[in-house]
Design a protein around this ligand. Structure first.
Ligand SMILES: [Zn+2]
Length: 308
């Protein structure tokens, strides 16, 4: 027989266990019910989006899927990726560590998971100078590409294209290309993006080109770091800061435009093949020489004429 106090203890233990079970079941049910992201169905890649942003996610997904068909035909490869289109509240949960506080900074987290913003934000706006102070032709480009009906501006049309830039990193990493330099890793995916837009969606060229034209056109005096040497040294930790990094990106978007305009769509395929073949380490000079001979002089010029 058990004593009264033993019974009391047993009842108490059962009570605690029941309470624990109920709490766990409740929080599980709650987390399923309030699971923040929705999945977009019907695409070959995986897409998740924050509630309320289905149309944005769908537009980005369709752009990426169409590009996927083009790249399958040209470079003959398709990676496997998951893209997150996120509202500010979800950003911290999915963004890579150094970028958790930089809402709007698109990135490829780990070769498989890509993160982009669903809403306009301060980071995008930080690049926009007073438009009426820009030189006239540039001001017109900016108005045409990013002007809204209420007279304000949004860079969304540019940043939405960058989901494909981020996916480009999954192409190169999953296909086993050796990028040799960080600047090439970024230039390459900008060439992918520019080539696809110019070849298949030329109406989007204005949105793709106006933002880098504006940032590069404003000069580099407000940026502490501008050399490729600094870019290589600071890239792994984003040591130059998000805005200075954005300037480098704009330079590399401009370079991708120049490369496409001088060498056409074949440069992308030649560069893909060269970076797949050349797995050996190369000095800067050897790398530039290979690019000039085996790919196109305009690609070597990014290194040779940087800052000139
Ligand atoms: Zn990138």
């Amino acid at each position: 027989m058990r004593t009264n106090s033993e019974n009391k203890i047993a009842n108490r233990v059962i009570g605690i266990l029941v309470a624990l079970f109920l709490t766990t079941a409740f929080s599980l049910a709650q987390s399923i019910e309030t699971s923040p992201l929705e999945e977009l169905k019907g695409f070959t890649q995986t897409f998740y989006y924050s509630k309320g942003h289905e149309q944005r996610a769908r537009d980005i997904a369709q752009f990426i899927e169409h590009a996927g068909v083009y790249f399958k035909e040209t470079v003959g490869f398709t990676p496997k990726t998951t893209l997150y289109v996120l509202a500010p509240n979800d950003w911290k949960d999915y963004a890579a560590k150094p970028l958790q506080d930089v809402y709007g900074f698109p990135h490829n987290k780990d070769d498989f998971n890509l993160v982009v913003a669903a809403e306009d934000n301060d980071f995008w706006r930080s690049f926009l100078p007073p438009v009426n102070q820009l030189p006239q032709p540039l001001a017109e480009q900016i108005r045409a590409a990013y002007g809204k009906s209420d007279g304000s501006y949004s860079m969304m049309a540019f940043f939405d294209l960058l989901g494909l830039h981020e996916m480009g990193h999954s192409y190169t990493s999953q296909a086993g290309l050796k990028m040799h330099r960080y600047w090439m890793g970024e230039l390459f995916v900008n060439i992918m993006l520019h080539t696809y837009v110019a070849e298949k969606q030329p109406k989007l060229l204005a949105a793709l080109e106006a933002f880098p034209n504006m940032v590069v056109g404003a000069g580099s005096s407000e940026y502490k770091y501008t050399s490729l040497k600094d870019f290589e040294a600071l890239y792994p930790t984003l040591g130059m800061g998000p805005k200075n990094y954005g300037w480098y990106q704009c330079k590399l978007h401009s370079a991708a435009k120049d490369i496409y305009n001088s060498g056409g769509k074949d440069v992308l395929v030649k560069l893909w093949n060269a970076l797949k073949k050349h797995q050996e380490d190369m000095s800067d000079e050897e790398f530039a020489s290979m690019l000039e001979k085996e790919v196109h002089p305009s690609v070597a010029n990014v290194y040779l004429e940087w800052g000139k």
